[in-house]
Design a protein around this ligand. Structure first.
Ligand code: ADP
Ligand code: MG
Length: 335
């Protein structure tokens, strides 16, 4: 039996604009196993949200999937019609966003919003739905859940609203939760609590999580595996321990060096990657990171590196070609 839940193969998502075509997602492939937490990390504009919207079938015009396949539980989501996708969405796949207020109805009590979702998806009666709603709110750490269920969203803090969103997302017991910057709007303590909650919900329901964030700092505790994206491409992929201990891509190294250290009391200013993400309508030739890279070589401005794989650790950078060849030879010799 396969443990693979989601498989994204050579996905390309484009925005055709008057001024040209934005390749927001440029040929990415990855998979998520059942019960796994996979983080996708990258600066703003790297294509993380477009990736999740492509999976959910929620791209807005002029965004279009221009190529590739998205297999969920062996079903091809890119071939499904609206109705079939709707059945999967909010049932087998749920999504939570940075700002819960965009998904919560401001004029409806939170219990009614969760009950509605339960009645639609679980086909249970009102009384059962209310009991389950309170149970869910309690499970996501809302104190006095039975009373708070009567609140309207604006009566809650940002952290509590995100918990409500998670309760709502969990109401249908999804196999995959896509969390797009779920903690970005929250302060650091609450961030940690929400990540902890996601981690425990994964354990409880054996639910897979696609955790999307611009902040590499938040993934170290929560994720099993990490994908680093830059300008619509995957530049590095490794399990979380390996990535933090042995980052390969100069972009990942830069991101890691820009994470504030809690125990760092020096006055040294935090490292910042020089320059800016290139304009998607005017991408440089060669490696898209070359003009910001401390280790850029002449070749990097002409040729685009392939995604290399060294003992399961993937990296898109010419610096590791030799290492990959050696790893391959070692692998062959061992056979
Ligand atoms: P991230 O979530 O990593 O910050 P996004 O996935 O939102 O980045 O965006 C990736 C790229 O897609 C950006 O360069 C952005 O310019 C482009 N993009 C996203 N949405 C649109 C849109 N509606 N129209 C045109 N371009 C878009
Ligand atoms: Mg985004």
């Amino acid at each position: 039996m396969s443990t693979m839940l989601l498989e994204v193969k050579n996905l390309k998502t484009e925005f055709k604009l008057k001024r040209g075509t934005v390749r927001a997602v440029d040929d990415i492939s990855f998979s998520v196993d059942k019960g796994e937490i996979l983080a996708i990390v990258g600066e703003s504009g790297s294509g993380k949200s477009v990736t999740s919207l492509s999976i959910m079938g929620l791209l807005q015009n002029p965004g279009k999937i221009a190529g590739g396949d998205i297999l969920f539980d062996s079903q091809n989501l890119t071939r499904m019609n609206k109705k079939e996708l709707q059945d999967i969405r909010g049932n087998k796949i749920s999504m939570i966003f940075q700002e819960p207020m965009t998904s919560l109805n401001p004029v409806q009590r939170i219990k009614d919003q969760i009950m509605e979702s339960l009645i639609i998806h679980k086909k249970i009666n009102k009384k059962e739905a209310l009991a389950r709603t309170i149970e869910l709110l309690d499970m996501v750490g809302i104190p006095s859940a039975a009373q708070r269920a009567d609140d309207y969203p604006h009566q809650m803090s940002g952290g509590m609203r995100q918990r409500v969103m998670i309760a709502m997302a969990l109401s249908c017991e999804p196999q995959l939760l896509i969390a797009d910057e779920p903690t970005t709007a929250l302060d650091v303590t609450i961030q940690a609590q929400i990540l902890d909650l996601l981690y425990h919900m994964r354990e409880k329901f054996n639910m897979a999580v696609l955790l999307i964030t611009h902040d590499l700092g938040v993934v170290s505790e929560a994720a099993d595996r990490v994908i680093v994206m830059y300008c619509g491409k995957i530049v590095e992929e490794a399990d979380v321990k390996t990535l933090f201990k042995n980052p390969l891509h100069p972009y990942t190294v830069g991101l890691l060096n820009s994470i504030p250290q809690i125990d760092d009391d020096s006055d040294e200013r935090l490292y910042m990657i020089k320059g800016m993400v290139p304009n998607p309508l005017n991408m440089p030739p060669g490696c898209s990171f070359s003009d910001r890279c401390d280790r850029s070589m002449e070749r990097c401005t002409r040729e685009t590196p392939e995604l290399l794989e060294i003992d399961g650790h993937k990296v898109r950078c010419f610096l590791y070609e030799e290492a990959q060849e050696e790893a391959e030879e070692g692998g062959l010799a061992a056979q």
